[in-house]
Design a binder for this molecule. Structure first.
Ligand SMILES: Nc1ncnc2c1ncn2[C@@H]1O[C@H](COP(=O)(O)OP(=O)(O)OP(=O)(O)O)[C@@H](O)[C@H]1O
Length: 314
């Protein structure tokens, strides 16, 4: 069954002065999914999120909410969103409860509805017993949890989060991941960005990989891995690789790509071809000393590396 589409992003482009930061993005956000935007630093994730939350304008293309352009309807559109910004936006001098009531109040909740929304959001954040404490006494992780609670108390249809777990303790991080799953279980749709591959593995139902302002792959974690499952990656720690060329390695059957660094040789090879002995023999012949070899099958990390040539945290 095709899910209902909430957001449609069509040929979206954005430039900052001379720099083209988004180069024609096309994707949808469908009801009930947890969609993750993944990409190295500077890929354009935050820019995309800022356009989708109506904070930033775009130059070309369009964003449709239930089939209608958000241009000229920003206010109504933003009422249906829950936005969790990268930076914590809370009133330090106010209690957890006051913060929640304030933010939920901005979305028009009053009276009993507001009381209930506040209680539910405190429960989601696991902060019921801290409801009357002021924020400045909270740990970083607790603030992040409350930040999310403030964004979802009004029960938005779509929650958009920009790196909601950056720089917090593992316990709060797990709590947040769990609460994202809970939100989905309650019928909300989530779009979020992250740098952490483990998070993508843990909660995403679909992944969009971006680099240099473009979408370079899209799929579930299973489908992305499957597309690269036929490959294996060798990492060799070496000395004396100066005389070795990637073209030497390409002569070995099965090798798809090779990168030669000062102390490391990275090789991607077809899984069905047993060629490690050939690789070792070739390096020996070229006077390269091998100190260590590791072999790895496709993981999201290797898929990502293959697509972008970069690790997530460099
Ligand atoms: N206000 C701005 N003015 C000029 N350039 C900008 C501005 N905001 C972002 N950029 C540039 O746009 C590109 C994309 O940035 P963006 O923040 O969207 O990337 P990102 O994928 O979110 O990376 P990060 O994970 O570091 O936040 C970068 O090259 C960045 O330097």
């Amino acid at each position: 069954m095709k899910m209902e589409t909430i957001l449609t992003v069509k040929n979206l482009s954005k430039r900052f002065k001379e720099k083209e930061v988004l180069k024609g993005l096309d994707f949808t956000v469908d009801a009930g999914e947890i969609l993750c935007l993944l990409g190295p630093n500077g890929a354009g994730k935050s820019t995309t999120i800022n356009i989708l939350t109506g904070v930033l304008g775009h130059d070309g293309g369009e964003v449709l909410y239930h089939g209608q352009s958000i241009r000229g309807r920003l206010r109504a559109y933003r009422q249906r969103l829950g936005v969790v910004p990268q930076d914590i936006a809370l009133y330090e001098e106010l209690t957890a409860e006051r913060n929640l009531r304030f933010f939920a109040g901005l979305y028009g909740l009053r009276g009993r509805e507001l009381d209930r929304a506040t209680d539910e959001a405190l429960a989601l954040a696991g902060l019921e017993d801290r409801r009357r404490d002021v924020i400045k006494t909270f740990s970083g992780g607790m603030k992040r949890r409350l930040n999310i609670a403030c964004a979802i108390a009004h029960r938005p249809e779509l929650v958009i989060m920009d790196e909601p777990t950056v720089g917090i303790d593992p316990q709060s991080r797990n709590h947040i991941l769990e609460s994202i799953r809970t939100l989905r279980g309650q019928g909300m749709t989530v779009l979020y960005t992250t740098h952490y591959m483990e998070e993508v593995e843990a909660i995403s139902s679909r992944i969009i990989i971006m680099d240099h302002g473009q979408i370079i792959a899209e799929g579930t974690k299973e489908s992305l891995k499957q597309a690269y499952e036929d490959q294996r990656r060798y990492t060799l720690t070496v000395e004396g690789a100066e005389g070795l060329q990637a073209s030497d390695l390409y002569r070995v059957e099965g090798i798809v790509s090779a990168q030669i660094g000062e102390h490391a040789v990275e090789i991607t090879s077809l899984r069905g071809v047993a060629n490690l002995d050939r690789i070792i023999a070739l390096l020996y012949e070229k006077g390269v000393e091998i100190q260590n070899i590791t072999s790895e099958e496709a993981s999201l990390e290797t898929v990502f590396l293959k697509l972008t040539g970069r690790t997530l945290r460099d």
